[in-house]
Design a binder for this molecule. Structure first.
Ligand code: FAD
Length: 499
């Protein structure tokens, strides 16, 4: 890296969600300490999807200083309390992966152990009855509660999100350059020296963020770091997305509806719906997928359906030399648990923590790659669980999923839960115990045993404990307003109502 410049020159290539999230976060955090440029091409455009998120985005907004109600108004966002998985274990059965806690844990054992003890003693209430977010989602309710009692994320309009972040980034000093990157020039050392745009304009930098999406122009096109293909674990390789008019007030959750060769998403926003079909092209043709999507959406289409092929997997190095892949250029794990924007957020916050003072330290690079790859592998395992642990055998796709080999790390997690009811979270893993428990039980994995500590509770105490939790959830949900009314009051859905 050239250290002669008084201020580090950071160049972001690409202005999708990844590029503008990085630009806004770096500009608002580093201010005048860096010289920040973003290059994007209107002619190429963005992937235009990525509208369902997970709770850490709330924190990203806080760190970057983005007011939540303004952000929601600008992106026509709704609140999201989790995902309803429909037809995943068997056709016709649903389960919910909520963002909340279920019941109350003891330090020795998660709540599922007490719930299972209760079942043995005749308390037949569902595990779902102990989760506030889940019950609020099904009741179509939402409110911010004291002490952060409700865990939530957002469903947002991706195009508006990038435009909003762009405004924030530019206000904080980021300079945007319009143009198509034609060439990536390297120093003799092999580091990236400059981006050359169509027409010859040259943009030099010290540090380059590759946010060029699936094209990965810098990290792969110029630096050739290689890609780990994970399609043998995550076999879907195609999607078609379409936006529709809303047909009812938006619900506070995303729907993931399995079909015989993949699944479909429904994401309710204030002003419209987001829909898509994700499928494995080996078992479903593009025409058949499009037919299925258009015959099952609710509401008139507002856009031409857009086909997006992808290869699930991860770039072998997320940071190489003076280039960091952020977003789809770093890999894609498919959208089932809405984790891509989160991985962007993790990469940006990690980079801000490891911002080089002068030369890039290889120790930083190694640490970054190790942490980012750990995140991706952990998310990958969680996603595989949904496909592997299924009783569906009704199509070649589901038979392939049920028969596939899975990573040892996931095998250990599943079998440990099956034998003992236990789940352990490793290395700041994104998905907490309750997420694993909800999805494992939802997919039909029931523990054969539970922690003996639950047996210590006398009958009346256990009954009171369980009833107290259920009553509390029910009373809190009853006191919450309807989600769409809360959104309208919180962030002015007037624009949506007028549309
Ligand atoms: P892009 O949006 O593709 O942006 C790339 C940028 O690079 C654009 O600005 C483009 O113009 C620019 N560019 C490319 N080449 C050049 C060039 N030669 N010159 C100049 N500029 C160039 N994530 C979630 O978190 N939740 C979801 O629900 C979700 N759903 C998804 C559904 C599908 C089907 C897919 C495919 C992805 C989904 N994602 C989701 C992922 C999410 O869409 C992406 O992580 C997010 O949009 C970031 O994309 P990006 O900015 O990396 O790439």
């Amino acid at each position: 890296m050239n250290t002669n410049h008084p201020r580090k020159r950071i160049v972001i290539a690409g202005g999708g969600t990844a590029g503008w999230m990085a630009a806004a976060a770096i500009a608002r955090t580093m201010g005048e300490a860096v010289d920040l440029t973003l290059v994007e091409s209107d002619a190429i455009g963005t992937v235009g999807v990525g509208e369902s998120t997970i709770p850490p985005l709330v924190n990203f907004n806080r760190i970057v200083g983005i007011p939540e109600n303004e952000f929601m108004r600008e992106t026509q966002a709704t609140f999201k309390l989790g995902i309803e998985f429909e037809n995943w274990r068997v056709d016709g059965e649903n389960y919910f992966h909520s963002f909340g806690m279920t019941g109350r844990d003891h330090w020795t054992a998660g709540f599922q152990h007490f719930w299972m003890e209760g079942r043995e003693r005749g308390h037949q209430e569902s595990y779902d009855d102990y989760c506030l977010e889940l019950q609020a989602a099904h009741a179509g309710k939402f409110a911010h509660l004291p002490d952060g009692k409700v865990n939530y994320a957002f469903q947002l309009d991706a195009t508006r999100y990038a435009a909003y972040l762009r405004r924030l980034a530019e206000q904080a000093g980021c300079v945007r350059t319009e143009g198509k990157i034609d060439e990536v020039r390297l120093h003799e050392s092999g580091d990236i020296a400059a981006l050359v745009l169509e027409g010859g304009k040259r943009i030099e930098g010290d540090l380059f963020l590759d946010c060029t999406g699936f094209r990965a122009l810098l990290i792969e096109g110029a630096l050739h770091v290689g890609y780990d293909d994970w399609r043998h674990y995550l076999p879907c390789d195609s999607a078609i997305a379409v936006q529709t008019k809303s047909v009812r007030p938006p619900i506070p959750y995303t729907r993931a509806i399995a079909h015989d060769a993949g699944w479909q998403w429904r994401i309710p926003l204030q002003h419209r719906g987001g829909n898509g079909i994700v499928y494995c092209s080996r078992y479903l043709s593009k025409d058949a997928a499009l037919d299925r999507l258009l015959s099952t959406i609710e509401g008139e289409p507002l856009t031409e359906p857009r086909a997006i092929p992808f290869v699930t997997g991860a770039r072998r190095k997320q940071w190489h030399r003076n280039c960091i892949a952020v977003g789809l250029s770093g890999g894609f794990l498919e959208p089932l648990e809405s984790t891509s924007i989160h991985l962007i957020q993790r990469a940006i916050l990690r980079l801000l923590r490891m911002m080089p003072a002068g030369e890039v330290s290889q120790r930083d690079v190694d640490e970054f790659n190790d942490q980012q790859m750990t995140d991706m592998v952990q998310v990958r395992d969680f996603l595989i669980l949904h496909y592997k642990a299924t009783d569906r055998r009704d199509s070649p796709f589901w038979r392939q999923c049920a028969a596939m080999e899975i990573p040892d790390s996931l095998e250990q997690k599943i079998e440990l839960f099956r034998e003992t009811g236990r789940v352990f979270r490793k290395n700041e893993e994104l998905f907490v115990e309750n997420s694993w428990v909800q999805v494992m039980m939802g997919q039909g994995i029931m523990p054969r045993a539970h922690h003996p500590i639950a047996r210590k509770m006398p009958d009346d105490e256990l009954a009171m404990f369980l009833k107290g939790l259920r009553d509390n959830v029910a009373a809190t949900v009853a006191s919450m307003p309807a989600h769409h009314e809360y959104v309208a009051q919180y962030c002015g859905a007037k624009e949506a109502q007028a549309a």
